[in-house]
Design a protein around this ligand. Structure first.
Ligand SMILES: Nc1ncnc2c1ncn2[C@@H]1O[C@H](COP(=O)(O)OP(=O)(O)OP(=O)(O)O)[C@@H](O)[C@H]1O
Ligand SMILES: [Mg+2]
Length: 277
């Protein structure tokens, strides 16, 4: 029997340059064999150099988009990215609670690669209270881990261990939940991501690829995990398999980013590196 193609939705921001946000997530889903849906939780004016503006959709319309989609389409995984404001966080949390889809991957986007802020301060507590209880996997980078834990961002792999343990404590302890702590902000040529479920700490090392084209690496990784979780469900270690395969896909996309020429800043990764000859 062939497995059904999973339906995956991205609830995130729009980056018109296509390297991050919903557009990048849809490319990732498409490259990895998932059918992509998208709900716009924030609009940005953005290119590869800077974010020049942010616009939040009316929350009642956002709720209508989510309810209308969930009423019709069976969703097998959700990737949540930029939410922007406390009102948007609350709306997404409410509508998600009503639909309770599986495999919710939350990338708690706070700051763009360009350094621009993408989440209001007062939205962080809302995110922790209303959204984290519903999340299957949380994928912060190191500065985001610091904000969520109200602490200094981890600066070494040893400090990442401690942060991953504390981040797991922000998710419900009674059921299977995962933290993927991304070490892209560590200095040096060796990268380390940590995957932790409260029991097993899995080290995911990689060699840093020397490139400026890292716009949307975090978006791409979290949406790759969301696309792959339903497709690896039958494996022995499904979550670990999904994350390893997602990182492998991302590394290929970063390595091939030089084949694209998009903008003068941090260029996008090549989502279709394995498909376009
Ligand atoms: N230069 C690089 N070479 C290889 N892998 C990288 C590189 N930079 C980041 N990664 C990997 O990309 C993923 C995203 O990590 P990062 O810490 O950059 O997330 P992020 O800060 O959320 O990204 P974004 O700025 O796109 O939101 C991680 O798996 C990380 O290890
Ligand atoms: Mg990020």
């Amino acid at each position: 029997m062939t497995r059904a193609i999973p339906n995956v939705v991205s609830i995130a921001g729009i980056d018109p340059s296509g390297g991050a946000g919903v557009f990048a997530d849809l490319k990732t889903f498409s490259a990895l064999g998932a059918y992509g849906c998208g709900v716009v939780a924030a609009l940005t004016a953005q290119n590869t150099c800077a974010v020049t503006g942010v616009h939040a959709p009316p929350t009642d319309f956002l709720a209508l988009q989510l309810d209308t989609l969930f009423a019709d389409v069976t969703i097998h995984a959700v990737k949540i990215g930029m939410l922007g404001t406390a009102g948007v966080v609350r709306t997404v949390a409410d509508r998600l609670a009503a639909a309770s889809p599986p495999n919710v991957v939350l990338d708690p986007v706070m700051v763009a690669k360009s350094g621009d802020h993408l989440l209001a301060r007062d939205a962080v507590s809302m995110l922790k209270e209303a959204l984290l209880p519903q999340v299957f996997m949380l994928t912060p980078n190191l500065p985001e881990a610091g904000v969520l834990l109200d602490a200094r961002a981890p600066e070494s792999v040893k400090e990442m261990y401690r942060s991953a343990e504390r981040l797991r404590g922000l998710l419900p302890l009674s059921s299977e939940r995962w933290v993927l702590l991304k070490g892209g902000h560590l200095p040096g040529g060796e990268l380390m991501d940590l995957l932790f479920n409260g029991d097993r700490m899995i080290e995911l090392p990689a060699r840093r690829l020397e490139t400026r084209n890292t716009h949307g690496t975090g978006c791409t990784l979290s949406s790759a995990v969301a696309a792959l979780l339903p497709q690896r469900a039958a494996q022995m270690h499904p979550v670990e398999a999904a994350v390893r395969d997602a990182r492998h896909y991302l590394l290929g996309a970063i390595a091939a980013a030089g084949r694209l020429s998009v903008g003068k800043g941090h260029g996008p990764v090549h989502h279709f590196h394995a498909l376009w000859r």
